[in-house]
Design a binder for this molecule. Structure first.
Ligand SMILES: [Zn+2]
Length: 471
């Protein structure tokens, strides 16, 4: 039998949704000081304290990490591979930003060499940020989609992606006809869906960019391949919503565009949802569909404040993951995403507390808007996995799952952070769950990709922070 790998160190992970556990959030998580993670063939084969499991170590190489905190790999529910070269483009809101900065760049991804160079940097940046799974947009070119999957396979990563469907609201040579989109999507699904750790998402870019025929092509693909995911954008920006309503006059609201075409349901994720109505939240909940909250992007493009507290309504909970939405999101770091999500929650509460409440938020949202460290790390790991229907495979250290995890240096980054963390507990290393979450909140609030010491994919170390160069 091939030797396994055993990681000895301090572990933190979520076991269930912390939102309902207001008084006793710590029941949602587990912290193990001096724990042991056993890995065979990329799968977690044992997890517990070192004391419990050390008798099983005969056939394992042991790696000891006493100074770091090991957490499950981060899940980025919404990211754009072909925007890696234009991250942080200046000066516009969504629709202008797409026309001026994004479509001209994405068009270049028809060129395999151009796309391959970008893919290398893209995946390197993901791993450097501690992201082990992403649900990504490619372009309307099959070449870019192939390059994306091939690079993910080379690194052993679990990813979801698909060819982008868009046949209007973009330069003519960027658009793809519904027929070609349908035919090329089929070829890509047959080749990549289920290959290694790749999964396929039927991807109408957004309703403004899709004709009725394009939406019908997506509907047809979902009927033929019900096992595939669906990935899109929804209700990001008020001008976009007005335009979507004009394009689909038969639909009462934006969500109905997806309902009408048989897409809203399990394995459906829509990025943003900033301006979803209360009734649309209800329908997402009933359908089992997910919204991906992308605060970096929502703030960078000035799109608005997502109502996390509404999505987490216990009477009609919506599945929520977090996403960078890089390049509109100006970082690959899910740590930064958690930070901005925390701030958005507090800003929403300011609107609730004041005399202005334009979105008729109910008072229960106030408590649910608040992103505690348990809630934040839940959304970035197990909750994100649940939103995209992968929680049976990834999201925490439960044996049987894939061994994707991150080693966090709790004191890395800003100089003052190390000092602050040492004040929180002895040498900045936690000894109990309360200390662990306090330190994790320090990372969330003041850290970034510098906090990521190592990133492990399926039991193999694929990134080390002391290895800054490009492979
Ligand atoms: Zn996006």
């Amino acid at each position: 039998m091939e030797k396994g790998t055993a990681i000895r160190g301090n572990f933190f992970h979520l076991l269930k949704d912390p939102w309902p556990l207001i008084e006793k959030e710590s029941d949602s998580a587990q912290f193990i000081k001096d724990g042991l993670l056993l890995i065979n063939d990329g799968i977690i084969s044992g997890f517990g304290t070192y004391e419990e499991l050390s008798s099983r170590l005969d056939n394992y190489d042991v790696i000891h990490k006493p100074d770091h905190l090991l957490v499950p790999g981060f899940i980025d529910g919404h990211i754009h591979f072909p925007q890696v070269r234009v991250m942080g483009a200046y000066g516009n809101q969504l629709l202008d930003w797409l026309q001026n900065s994004i479509f001209p760049e994405e068009l270049k991804y028809r060129d395999r060499d151009y796309a391959t160079t970008a893919a290398h940097h893209f995946f390197r940046a993901l791993l450097g940020a501690g992201t082990t799974t992403c649900q990504a947009f490619t372009t309307s070119s099959p070449v870019s989609t192939e390059v994306f999957f091939d690079e993910a396979i080379a690194r052993g990563m679990r990813v979801i992606a698909g060819l982008t469907g868009i046949d209007k609201f973009a330069p003519d040579d960027y658009c793809i006809s519904p027929h070609e989109f349908y035919e090329e999507s089929k070829k890509l699904i047959e080749k990549y869906h289920g290959l290694d750790r790749c999964l396929y998402a039927i991807t109408p870019r957004f309703a403004v960019g899709c004709s009725e025929e394009m939406m019908q092509a997506c509907c047809q693909l979902k009927k033929e391949y019900p096992d595939c995911w669906v990935n899109t954008h929804i209700s990001e920006n008020p001008s976009e919503i007005r335009q979507a309503k004009e394009e689909f006059p038969d639909c009462f609201d934006y969500t109905e565009v997806h309902e009408k075409h048989g897409l809203l349901g399990p394995k459906f994720t829509a990025g943003h949802g900033v301006w979803l109505s209360n009734d649309e939240f209800r329908r997402f909940s009933h359908a089992g569909a997910a919204v991906c909250f992308c605060p970096l992007s929502n703030l960078f493009l000035g799109s608005g404040l997502f109502r996390l507290g509404k999505a987490m309504d216990p009477d009609q909970p919506v599945r929520v993951c977090l996403g960078t939405d890089m390049g509109a999101g100006n970082s690959f770091s899910m740590i930064r995403v958690m930070e901005e999500a925390y701030k958005v929650g507090l800003c929403n509460n300011t609107m609730l507390d004041g005399s202005v409440n334009p979105r008729e938020q109910d008072l229960g949202e106030s408590e649910r808007n608040k992103l505690s460290p348990y809630r934040a790390f839940y959304l970035a790991t197990l909750g994100g996995a649940k939103a995209i229907y992968l929680d049976h495979l990834i999201g925490n250290f439960v044996p049987g799952k894939e061994a994707d995890f991150v080693s966090l240096d709790l004191q890395a980054g800003q100089h003052a952070l190390a000092w602050h963390q040492q004040l929180t507990c002895l040498d900045g290393v936690p000894s109990a769950i309360d200390e662990a979450v306090e330190l994790l909140f320090g990372v969330l609030a003041c850290g970034d990709d510098r906090s990521v010491s190592e990133t492990w994919i399926a039991g193999k170390c694929r990134y080390q922070s002391n290895d800054r160069g490009v492979e």
